[in-house]
Design a protein around this ligand. Structure first.
Ligand code: SF4
Ligand code: SF4
Length: 594
């Protein structure tokens, strides 16, 4: 257990009390952090490093070599220890986002954040005004102090409403005459926390009102005047209070999402740039962008960068439907508020989930098996490197950072990081990547083994290369629902559309197929591709396919790409029928029987 600060416990140890964690979900609770910490610190099987950060992590699942250094803020600080671990959980939590600019945080002394109030109650056991130390008898809580505003911080941080309700209860417990005003646009107290909201609502000293706080000014007597518009009754509201508390947005304590994307773009341009000069400049830019906020957390010695790749707001990437704990680095599992905004109870459950994934990773990796999504798969990509041209496509396109490179650009495979998607196999123009049970030749032989009727028989043949993750199960569902589809389609399952080598399309056309249809998972911001960008890569490789067809003097309309969710099985007959209409329009493949 590696902790950057000099004490364990994170935000929970800074809390006075916790929101409820069990029925009836109405009452404040002790956080229980002291007991939890003593259990951890007295467990002889848990080794704790405080004031420490990772200097470097090399290797892969089952074989991660971690070097720790002191957290003195200097890169390359004093080395503390090094050890080997099988899996890593990144539970680095969150940090507050500064509130919106129209809220005078930092400009008026008595406008503070919810975390400041929490610390005050925890350390002083009373609430006082920062400007003059006077006991606070009224507080205005302003929700979404920067959240859910597209200009500033557009997502809900999920705990701020609960925190304001909790802190309003602190005030009321300390002084039964005190008043709390909570201004919100929406109150979000999900699930059973609704009962916690009801308890606050029943308290005559807690006033909940919808309203947009447009101004906060200082009153002559030292108080603060809140001006709110668009309130529930429709009128503007003015309230004078002693203290204003802003609900701060939650930002993951991880790598900077934008910086990561800029780095990844530069890395790609360093391979795909039009000229040598452009590629060189992009490589230099990538080197500069490599270290940015968040890189002190993992410091992975991976060719694709030192952090977990992140989504739009900096949350580590994961498959939001099927594999919530998986990151794009096999064996590294984000948990808690670094993964998505969540409260303490949610974080504990999340930590249990991530710990189970980590155990599964260690056990399966030690048996030589893939953990997910091809759980139990014991194949590995093999590279016939004598024919490698060091084009770097595989090292760049592998979605999981499996491949490092030597100084000449030859791929170096870290087998336990691999998810067996075959994207490297689809990427390699030399066709030198293969698995024992999945290769360009194996699928090529399957394509050639399909019986293609002669032209005069007037029975077209279409090859469907369908992803085994969503498209093939959707085909099964189509059958289970007794839907009928065109009988001239022949289906070959593939691990991922990203593994499709363009050679297969050429071989299919040469073998007399009249068309080829590729069906993979949805991609985009809410992607569902089980290998993250395999389906998208197939689309970007479409130009290559079109070029190949043109070289063969064939219409590129004979190849189509589709995305399908598992529950969209009803679309399959229609996709096939429409494609057959296109094939009819262009006629039979002239290569038939040649
Ligand atoms: S099979 Fe997939 S995860 Fe493994 S090296 Fe190839 S691209 Fe990377
Ligand atoms: S894609 Fe193929 S040729 Fe290019 S670097 Fe990788 S293995 Fe070598």
């Amino acid at each position: 257990m590696v902790e950057k600060s000099d004490q364990l416990g994170g935000w929970l140890s800074k809390q006075h009390k916790s929101i409820p964690t069990h029925p009836p979900f109405r009452d404040l609770e002790e956080t229980g952090i002291d007991q939890l910490l003593s259990e951890i610190e007295n467990n002889p099987r848990i080794k704790i490093y405080k004031s420490a950060v990772t200097g470097k992590i090399t290797g892969g699942p089952g074989l991660f070599d971690v070097t720790l250094q002191s957290a003195n803020g200097n890169p390359g600080g004093e080395e503390l220890d090094s050890f080997r671990v099988g899996a890593i959980i990144q539970a680095t939590g969150w940090k507050p986002k500064d509130p919106r600019e129209n809220l005078p945080y930092g400009k008026l002394d008595d406008v503070i954040l919810n975390i400041d109030l929490e610390e005050m109650v925890k350390t002083q056991a009373k609430i006082t005004r920062p400007s003059d130390g006077k006991e606070v008898r009224s507080i205005a809580f302003i929700q979404c102090g920067g959240n859910r505003n597209k200009e500033h911080h557009s997502y809900c941080s999920s705990i701020c409403c609960l925190t304001s309700l909790k802190q309003a209860m602190y005030l009321r417990e300390m002084n039964s005459d005190a008043k709390a005003f909570i201004f919100y646009e929406f109150i979000r107290t999900i699930g059973l926390y609704e009962d916690f909201y009801r308890k606050a609502q029943e308290d005559p000293g807690i006033f909940l009102t919808r309203g947009e706080v447009s101004e906060i000014t200082r009153a002559d007597d030292g108080g603060l005047i809140i001006n709110a518009k668009n309130t529930m009754p429709g009128e503007n509201v003015n309230v004078k209070v002693d203290l204003v508390v802003l609900a701060a947005g939650m930002v993951p304590n991880a790598a900077d999402g934008e910086a990561i994307r800029a780095y990844e773009d530069a890395k790609l341009a360093a391979v795909k740039g039009d000229s040598e000069t452009q590629r060189k400049q992009a490589a230099e830019k990538a080197e500069q962008l490599k270290h940015h906020e968040g890189t002190q957390i993992l410091n992975l010695a991976y060719r694709q960068g030192p952090d977990l790749p992140a989504l739009e707001y900096g949350f580590p990437d994961s498959h939001f439907i099927c594999f919530p704990y998986e990151s794009r680095r096999t064996g590294v599992y984000p948990a808690g508020a670094v993964r998505q905004p969540m409260e303490g109870l949610g974080s504990r459950n999340d930590a249990a989930g991530a710990a189970l994934k980590a155990i599964q990773c260690v056990e399966m990796t030690s048996r030589g098996e893939a953990v997910h999504p091809r759980a139990g798969d014991i194949s590995f990509p093999e590279f016939f490197l004598q024919r490698c041209t060091q084009c770097k496509r595989c090292t760049e396109e592998c979605p999981f950072g499996v491949l490092n490179e030597d100084e000449k650009g030859t791929p170096l495979v870290w087998a336990t990081r691999c998810r067996r998607c075959g994207v490297c196999m689809g990427a390699c123009p030399e066709r030198i990547v293969s698995f024992k049970d999945y290769s360009v030749d194996i699928i090529g032989s399957m394509i050639k083994a399909v019986n293609v009727p002669e032209e005069f028989e007037e029975k077209p043949r279409v090859l469907a290369l369908m992803c085994e993750n969503d498209a093939i199960p959707a085909l099964d569902l189509m059958g289970q629902h007794r839907l009928k589809c065109n009988p001239f389609i022949r289906v070959i399952p593939v691990r991922c559309l990203g593994s499709v080598n363009t050679a297969w399309v050429r071989e299919a056309i040469s073998a007399g197929f009249d068309g080829c249809i590729l069906i993979g998972c949805k991609y985009g911001d809410d992607y569902q591709c089980h290998f993250i960008k395999g389906s998208e890569l197939a689309v970007s490789r479409g130009d290559n396919i079109r070029e190949k067809l043109e070289q063969m003097a064939m219409e590129h309309e004979r190849v189509e790409l589709h995305q399908l969710q598992i529950n969209e099985y009803e679309r399959i007959p229609e996709i096939f029928d429409k494609f057959m209409e296109v094939i009819e329009q262009y006629g039979m493949n002239p290569f038939k029987g040649m």
